[in-house]
Design a protein around this ligand. Structure first.
Ligand code: ATR
Length: 278
């Protein structure tokens, strides 16, 4: 009986129990996936509780993706580079930390648009939080022409680029500059919480300068089609949705825990129905 879970604060609205329940069924594995809402001030004690120690593996979400690191025996390369962990595996040597957010994003994008990441591709990331950092590092592994970052606080975008060990052509922009120069990019990725329910009306930047066929992604998955995606669609953009990344990062975590090879595409339609409440 596999014991899995999620630690975070809050965790009540998480889709992870549903996804991992389906993955366990798909692989004919017996197991559970429980939610652990930990108090940020008491994190260092609560993370060592017997219920969490008993888990075979767990996901980590905000605000603990960095705080978990001192509790781990080892970090894999992805987590080390990003300085953040979203997946932990319990082994005989202790807890090992991984980060599947970035690779989950990159794979879900290329599943949808197989030629989207090529040597001529110019990418624009909007935002500079933890999610942006993970996606930035995963994309630096691909051979693309440029990965620029625009953020309200430009210093945070600079920090991400400077912390990166890769030699990649990256420029920092203000949000105004990003809006003005949208036509320069083949792929635009919205990584902030702007537009997330209940603030469905929020729009990170105006998209008047976006050109037809730009691939536009939003990591927000509630609502599934954010205002940013709706506006981009009106300009003829091709869309990529946040729930696809969510599903793919979960599949990678599940693979790490179980050493099985689940098929995310089989779950996608059912997941979309679940999110739409059908
Ligand atoms: P996480 O680590 O979960 O991604 P975060 O560190 O709080 O979250 O980052 C949130 C991102 O959303 C940041 O890029 C933030 O911009 P700042 O770095 O300037 O704070 C961005 N963000 C949040 N609300 C915003 C708003 N109303 N307009 C523009 N950007 C916003």
């Amino acid at each position: 009986m596999l014991k899995l879970g999620l630690i975070g604060h809050p965790v009540g609205h998480s889709m992870s129990p549903w996804i991992h329940g389906k993955l366990l069924d798909q692989q004919n594995l017996q197991g559970s996936y429980e939610l652990f809402d930990l108090e940020p001030e008491e994190f260092d004690q609560q993370i060592q509780s017997p219920e969490i120690k008993k888990l075979d593996g767990f996901n980590v979400t905000v605000p603990f993706k960095e705080k978990i690191i001192p509790h781990l025996a080892e970090l894999d390369e992805s987590a080390k580079e990003m300085g953040a962990v979203n997946t932990v595996k319990n082994t005989s040597e202790g807890w090992i930390g991984y980060n599947t957010d970035g690779i989950g994003f990159a794979d879900s994008l290329t599943n949808d648009y197989p030629t989207s990441l090529k040597s001529s591709t110019r990418i624009l990331l909007l935002g500079s939080g933890g999610a942006c950092r993970g996606i930035y590092y995963a994309l630096t592994k691909k051979e693309v022409a440029a990965i620029d970052i625009a953020n309200r606080t430009t210093q945070r975008a600079m920090d991400i680029i400077q912390d990166g060990s890769q030699k990649i052509n990256s420029t920092v922009l203000t949000l105004e500059e990003a809006s003005e120069h949208l036509a320069n990019y083949d792929v635009v990725i919205q990584t902030t919480t702007v537009g997330m329910s209940p603030n469905d009306d929020q729009l990170i930047i105006p998209v008047d300068h976006m050109t037809k066929d730009t691939i536009v992604s939003d990591i927000v998955y509630r609502p599934m089609e954010t205002r940013f995606l709706q506006e981009a669609k009106k300009r003829g953009a091709r869309l990529h949705f946040g729930h696809q990344m969510l599903l793919q990062q979960a599949v990678y975590a599940f693979k790490i825990w179980t050493e099985t090879d689940p098929d995310a595409s089989k779950l996608l339609e059912e997941f979309e129905k679940k999110l739409k409440g059908v």
